[in-house]
Design a protein around this ligand. Structure first.
Ligand SMILES: Nc1nc2c(ncn2[C@@H]2O[C@H](COP(=O)(O)OP(=O)(O)O)[C@@H](O)[C@H]2O)c(=O)[nH]1
Ligand SMILES: [Mg+2]
Ligand SMILES: [Zn+2]
Length: 302
């Protein structure tokens, strides 16, 4: 009898992988025998679609035969096949890091991931901050949801958006990722609360990435490491293409090699000047462009 099954890796620890049988929903502990070689040296990652064989049905053990093709993959945190990235910002505590949000959005654009901007802790908003942040990203064309556990706002909407997809949650420490995930999963599976910088760091190195299945279908995962993401593999010349609001008009700039910073006849700057694209986001673009250009120049200077 053929005992080949289709599964998805939920988590990997010390050479063992928890693989969920797609059809039955049961979880098997698997070894990855020889699969690295077959897959051209790649190790299995949480989020991987795999073919596996059951060794012992009673013990729920098996081994992974084959790793399916990946839509995308990350080294830190180690995970594959992310469909959506929920980028969490807080109105305050901590102060929103929009530069991080922009960089995470660039990662999404480069890796074919749909971002959702979550503006959390709107109950702490004393002056239209949530609307302001939401506005910036809505204007850029991104899905934005304002949420709060205190006001019980936005959670139903978020739940719907997660249906059927693999969604990773990213953002600064303390913005409320674990709180949101615990609420969405309707059980207390992850720790929340303030932790000291030292403990936080220690935890990052020992904690494993784990996918949790949603009642509505789909998976969510907490990825503290994403907050430290830098977008190292983007060239400055490609940067503007990773801003959807700029992408639309780039072809209309006077110069084909326009950096959209100081060239005449720049359509991107025109959008910003007309207020059709956000000024602050543009300023961060300029700064980021310069950083990437400098890194590029340093790499090729002899
Ligand atoms: N006022 C308020 N506090 C929140 C909200 N969501 C989370 N918090 C608090 O923010 C702190 C950090 O939350 P946590 O989920 O651990 O953040 P994480 O580091 O992103 O996982 C905790 O004290 C939470 O209770 C919210 O909607 N409103
Ligand atoms: Mg957390
Ligand atoms: Zn331009």
């Amino acid at each position: 009898m053929d005992n080949k099954r289709q599964g998805i890796i939920l988590k990997g620890v010390g050479g063992f992988y928890e693989v969920m049988d797609r059809a039955a929903g049961l979880v098997y502990t698997c070894k990855a025998r020889g699969v690295h070689r077959k897959a051209g040296g790649k190790s299995p990652l949480p989020g991987d679609n795999v073919t596996f064989r059951v060794i012992d049905e009673k013990d729920r053990t098996g081994f992974i035969d084959r790793i399916g093709e990946r839509k995308n993959e990350f080294a830190r945190p180690p995970v594959a096949n992310i469909d959506q990235l929920a980028i969490v910002l807080a109105v305050k505590s901590p102060e929103p890091d929009l530069s991080l949000a922009d960089k995470l959005l660039i990662t999404c654009e480069a890796k074919d991931i749909t971002p959702i901007i979550l503006v959390n802790k709107v109950d702490l908003d004393e002056g239209g901050i949530a609307e302001h942040i939401g506005g910036i990203y809505q204007k850029a064309g991104y899905r934005t949801i304002l949420i709060s556990k205190v006001l019980d706002a936005g959670y139903d909407e978020l739940h719907q958006e997660l249906k059927g997809y693999k969604t990773a949650f990213a953002g600064q420490s303390g913005v409320g990722k674990s709180t949101i995930l615990n609420r969405i999963l309707n059980c207390w599976v992850m720790e929340t609360g303030e932790v000291s910088e030292r403990i936080q760091r220690g935890r990052h190195t020992t904690r494993h990435v784990q996918l949790f299945e949603l009642d509505v279908g789909g998976f969510v995962l907490d990825t503290p490491g994403f907050s430290a993401y830098s977008v190292c593999d983007v060239e400055h010349t490609e940067l503007a293409h990773l801003y959807p609001e700029y992408r639309k008009v780039i072809g209309e700039c006077r110069f084909i090699s326009c950096s959209h910073i100081n060239e005449p006849g720049c359509r991107v700057r025109e959008l910003v000047e007309k207020g059709e694209a956000d000024t602050e986001r543009y300023k961060r673009y300029v700064q980021y462009y310069r950083e990437l250009k400098e890194a590029y120049d340093n790499r090729y200077r002899r």
